[in-house]
Design a protein around this ligand. Structure first.
Ligand code: C5J
Length: 222
C-alpha cells in the first residue's frame, strides 16, 4: 500500500482500487455565454485550473488507472429537469434556452462539451448527470462496483457544488475520497476554501484533501 501525503492525515492509497473522477470541466461552466456566466459568475477562475487538471489526468493515465469524466446536462426534451432546478434564481439564460454555445446545459450541445484540453480519450467513461451529485440518476455506482473501485480522487468544478455533492454521495456509499486542491475551483474563493476545510474536518468526515504533487508522487511510488 502506498501513502499519499494528505490532510488531515496520510491517504492509504490502494492504487489497484482507485479511479480519478473529473467533475464537469465543461464549456458551460468555464466560458462566457454558458450556464455559469448566465448566473452572474466570473468564469475566468475555472480556466486557471486546466493545466493542473491536465497533469492529474496524465498521471492517472500513465499509471494505467481509470479516469472517469462527468458532465452536468439534461435531455433535449427537459424530461430530467425538475422545474425547481430550471426556475431557480434569475439567470440571464435558463437551462434549455438557446445561448451563444447552443442550448444551455443540454446533452450534445457545444456548450455542454468538456473543455478540449481535458477531454476524455477513447475508452474513458463519461457520465451524464442531471443533478449536482454524480451518483444520482446515473450508472456511476454500478460502474465503480463492476470495476472494483473503492477509492476516488476528485478534480473539477465547482468545489462546493458538484464536487462536494459527489464526494458526500461517495462517502455515504463507502468510498474513500481524496480531493486534489489545485485541480478544483469555485467561482467564489471563500467557498472553495470552506469546502476544502469542511471535507477534511473532524478526522476526514467526508474525505481527504491533498496537493497535486503529492498525489502524483503517490501514484508513481505505487
Ligand atoms: C454548478 C457544478 N455549480 N458543476 N454545477 O451548478 O458545480
Amino acid at each position: 500500500m502506498a501513502e499519499i501525503t494528505a490532510d488531515p492525515f496520510a491517504f492509504p492509497a490502494r492504487t489497484g482500487e482507485m479511479a480519478l473522477i473529473v467533475i464537469d470541466m465543461q464549456r458551460d461552466f468555464a466560458e462566457p455565454g454558458g450556464f455559469g456566466a448566465s448566473l452572474g459568475n466570473d468564469v475566468s477562475r475555472i480556466g486557471r485550473i486546466v493545466p493542473d487538471v491536465q497533469r492529474l489526468i496524465a498521471g492517472f493515465r500513465t499509471a494505467g488507472l481509470p479516469v472517469i469524466h462527468t458532465m452536468e446536462c439534461h435531455r433535449p426534451d427537459l424530461s430530467d429537469l425538475p422545474p425547481a432546478k430550471r426556475d431557480r434564481g434569475n439567470p440571464a439564460l435558463r437551462i434549455g434556452d438557446e445561448g451563444p454555445m447552443g442550448r444551455v446545459l443540454i446533452a450534445g450541445e457545444p456548450g455542454t462539451d468538456i473543455l478540449a484540453e481535458v477531454a476524455p480519450i477513447a475508452g474513458e467513461i463519461v457520465i451524464e448527470k442531471p443533478g449536482k451529485g454524480a451518483f444520482y440518476a446515473t450508472p456511476l455506482g454500478a460502474i465503480l462496483k463492476e470495476k472494483g473501485i473503492t477509492q476516488l480522487v476528485f478534480a473539477g468544478v465547482t468545489t462546493e457544488v458538484c464536487v462536494q455533492t459527489t464526494m458526500r454521495e461517495a462517502n455515504d456509499r463507502g468510498y474513500e475520497c481524496l480531493l486534489c486542491e489545485e485541480a478544483t475551483e469555485s467561482y467564489f474563493p471563500d467557498f472553495k476554501a470552506a469546502a476544502i476545510a469542511m471535507i477534511r474536518a473532524q478526522g476526514a468526515i467526508v474525505g481527504w484533501t491533498a496537493h497535486i504533487d503529492d498525489i502524483l508522487k503517490g501514484l508513481s511510488d505505487a
